[in-house]
Design a protein around this ligand. Structure first.
Ligand code: NDP
Length: 470
């Protein structure tokens, strides 16, 4: 596969594309490694993950450069967010490895009932192109801490940082076969992971459509599936909000990583009293965002990660206008001649009706749809009015309203007076067409283990099993 630089369209390297047979070889290697890995003391598994976190920090600049070159993330963000968050995530799961406990359950007298958590075995992990480095840690961390072995497919568009992580995994001393990385296409390598009879679980991050095909392919051996799919995050600004904080937060919510984030705040839901004032500040801020070479530390927004995806995002500007939407900013590629070969899109702000396609479908770019509301009931109706339910946010100083919305909003995550916070300890995932299962925290550990319930007769007097009549 030719690997292109999204900022220039130039070929930077070539990457092997694994076929189904290569995936089979990787699964065999994983199966062979599983018994010893599952028996490895949990503290030792944790130690290896902590060592990996240290190695990531030692190689932080190389990883940041690779991630920016590969994806188009501004280097400022790769250095300050992607790399440190990756190290922190591995470190968190390194710490959790020897804290995976079971329960003792009060059952009938005379019996002791306890639970243990066992690894699933070989797990398949399919990573998308938007945060390849960070997602590698979100998926490998809990799987390995819990004693599973992994076959992981990075996106063929952005495999570079994951391949570097594979090198560091070897250096950290993980036994051979515990982690297997198979870059390749979704319809071949990805499909084989999803239908492989010896894989016990698939963890997938990507589109709802592909998620659905993975569920179908996984049904042969009834794999466990965890899906982290798209989103159409509502970011609601109430009339009592601190407007400057909300403007800033809303810009971060949609323009960070060029809007290529499942949790992006891509629907800006504004109270009609403050909407005009808010938009004046918001458009001015968006206009001032510095687009440029991702490797330039002054760049605030890089290119989109692929040409195909850039075209998809730009097509949504046309769709918005066709349906009567009003473009307040952007909707085109930038004019700047320096950027003409890269996959850049201007920060785009569109005002639309609640049922328009741009208010319902995931655009996955620096593209935010503005919708106005009159009262709290309408705000909630708009927020819950899509098929998705991943990230959500609200800006208000009314405590009661904040908690009520947090309760009523149909989403896996809700940020109050902030947006897009993530932490390895806090569960991450969605409801509805945003998928099921959770990454991060103990929830992820639960998703990567099978629970076993053990019954011991301590001193129970058991009545005869067969009650035969006299
Ligand atoms: P996909 O869901 O198609 O791709 C995500 C990953 O799944 C890639 O590694 C891909 O490989 C792989 N894949 C594709 N088809 C299959 C298959 N049949 N079986 C197993 N794996 C498969 O997303 P796209 O890259 O096409 O992006 C389309 C849209 O999806 C975006 O515009 C966005 O809306 C959404 N998306 C959401 C993400 C999120 O974070 N939740 C991340 C990425 C996309 P390959 O690249 O070779 O196709």
């Amino acid at each position: 596969v030719r690997k292109l630089n999204p900022a220039t369209g130039e070929v930077i390297t070539k990457i092997a594309a694994a076929e189904a047979e290569d995936v089979d070889v990787a699964v065999q290697a994983a199966q062979k490694a599983f018994p010893a890995w599952a028996e490895t003391p949990a503290a030792e598994r944790g130690r290896l993950l902590l060592r990996l976190a240290d190695l990531i920090e030692e190689n932080s600049e190389e990883l940041a450069q690779l991630e920016s070159l590969d994806t188009g993330h501004p280097i400022k963000d790769s250095r300050r967010l992607d790399v440190p968050r990756t190290a922190a995530c591995f470190r968190y799961f390194g710490g959790i490895a020897d804290k995976i406990e079971g329960n003792v359950i009060p059952v009938e007298q005379g019996f002791l009932n306890y639970t243990t958590r066992e690894p699933i075995g070989v797990v398949g992990q399919i990573v998308p192109w938007n945060f390849p480095l960070m997602f590698t840690s979100w998926k490998l961390g809990p799987a390995l801490a819990a004693g599973n072995v992994v076959v992981m497919k990075p996106s063929e568009i952005t495999p570079l940082s994951t391949l570097k992580i594979a090198e560091l995994i070897k250096k950290a001393g993980f036994p051979d076969g515990v982690v297997n990385i198979v870059p390749g296409y979704g319809h071949t390598a990805g499909q084989r992971l999803a239908d492989h009879p010896d894989i016990g679980k698939i963890s997938f991050t990507g589109s709802t459509q592909t998620g659905r095909s993975i569920v179908n392919a996984s049904s042969g051996n009834l794999k466990r599936v965890q899906l982290e799919l798209g989103g159409k995050g509502a970011n609601i600004v109430f009339e009592d909000a601190n407007l400057d904080a909300a403007v800033n937060g809303a810009a971060w919510a949609i323009f960070h990583n060029q809007g290529q984030a499942c949790i992006a705040g891509s629907r800006l839901v504004l109270h009609e009293e403050i909407a005009d004032q808010f938009l004046e500040k918001f458009v001015a801020l968006a206009q001032s965002i510095r687009l440029g070479d991702p490797l330039d530390p002054n760049t605030e927004m890089g290119p989109l990660t692929s040409e195909l995806h850039r075209d998809k995002v730009l097509a949504y500007a046309k769709i918005a206008v066709e349906q009567g939407g009003k473009i307040l900013l952007g909707g085109t590629a930038p004019q700047d001649a320096r950027l003409k070969n890269g996959y850049f899109v201007m920060p785009t702000i569109v005002e639309a009706k609640v049922d328009d396609r741009v208010a319902q479908e995931e655009v996955f770019g620096p593209f935010v749809t503005v919708i106005r509301f009159k009262d709290d009931a309408e705000a909630l109706q708009i927020a819950n009015g899509t098929e998705y339910g991943l990230g959500s946010g609200l800006w208000t100083n009314n405590l009661q309203r904040a908690h009520l919305f947090a309760k009523k909003i149909k989403a896996g995550m809700c940020w109050i007076n902030s947006y897009k916070r993530v932490n390895p300890g806090s569960p991450f995932g969605g409801v509805g067409k945003s998928g099921y299962g959770r990454e991060m925290g103990f929830e992820a550990i639960h998703d990567y283990t099978e629970v076993k319930s053990v019954w011991v007769n301590v001193d129970a007097i058991i009545p005869p099993h067969f009650q035969r009549g006299e």
